[in-house]
Design a protein around this ligand. Structure first.
Ligand code: 6PG
Length: 245
């Protein structure tokens, strides 16, 4: 199985534009082939530009797109920290998006309850899933410490092998996050990482060139059985990869 693919692009904007085309093409392919496109949105700040591009760019099969989330902070949906809020402001709140196709993690609930609630939501959306739900596309980011979704270094959810969604205690933030687990990320047909900025250079090198255990660099645990993993990164984030990029 080929390792992750790497595309180094000039700028954050180029990453957002390329990712928007990527999502557009996958959306129509899935909708035409299977009647729907299941997408797990990433949080943080990097994907906002992508979501804005998706909203402004060539039309997606909005009526056949199912929006889910890879993770959420333990906050209400109108909180500035909320991933659902970020996505809503940039994309999912648009009039052409059917709100019944947007399935946010209820971060306002106690974390364990939010995780169970979201697993039930996913089980309704993927009734045929024998072991884990197979998203058509999972979008992920990368933290400066090597975390992805809300799978942080040395955090309990890294070892979760049964649950689809976990309430993960993140010591450095002194709070829980709610996150899809590795088995779900690795059941996806395709994973697309968006990584921009020089503050990600160390982590990106560790993920792509390093050999650290997943406990230290959780993003190294993303290895879907399909083998389809691509990193869309800008030159600043790729600075640690040397000439071979
Ligand atoms: C979150 C994300 C997280 C994010 C990275 C990168 O909720 O924060 O899902 O995994 O992708 O922390 O965040 P930035 O895009 O803000 O650098």
């Amino acid at each position: 199985m080929a390792g992750p693919q790497l595309r180094v692009l000039e700028s954050r904007d180029a990453v957002a534009r390329t990712a928007a085309q990527w999502v557009h093409d996958r959306a129509w392919a899935a909708a035409n082939a299977r009647g729907r496109f299941t997408l797990a949105l990433s949080g943080g700040t990097t994907p906002r530009a992508l979501y804005q591009q998706m909203a402004a760019g060539p039309r997606l099969p909005w009526d056949r797109t199912v929006f889910c989330f890879g993770d959420e902070r333990n906050v209400p949906p109108d909180d500035p920290e909320s991933n659902a809020r970020m996505a809503r402001e940039a994309l999912t709140g648009q009039p052409f998006v059917n709100q019944s196709s947007v399935h946010r993690i209820r971060g306002e609930l106690p974390a364990a309850e939010a995780a169970t609630d979201y697993e039930q939501t996913l089980r309704r959306l993927f009734p045929g899933a024998t072991s884990f739900p197979g998203f058509d596309l999972v979008l992920l980011g990368l933290g400066p410490d090597g975390h992805t979704a809300s799978l942080f270094p040395h955090s309990p959810a890294l070892d979760e092998r049964a649950a689809w969604v976990a309430a993960n205690w993140v010591e450095k933030f002194g709070t829980h996050r709610i996150t899809l687990t590795f088995p779900v990320l690795n059941a996806a047909a395709e994973v697309l990482f968006l990584v921009t900025g020089d503050d990600k250079a160390w982590a990106l090198r560790e993920v792509l060139r390093g050999s650290a255990p997943v406990a230290e660099i959780p993003a190294r645990g993303v290895a879907p059985a399909s083998g389809r993993v691509t990193f869309l990164v800008d030159r600043a984030a790729a600075a640690g990869l040397g000439q071979s990029t």
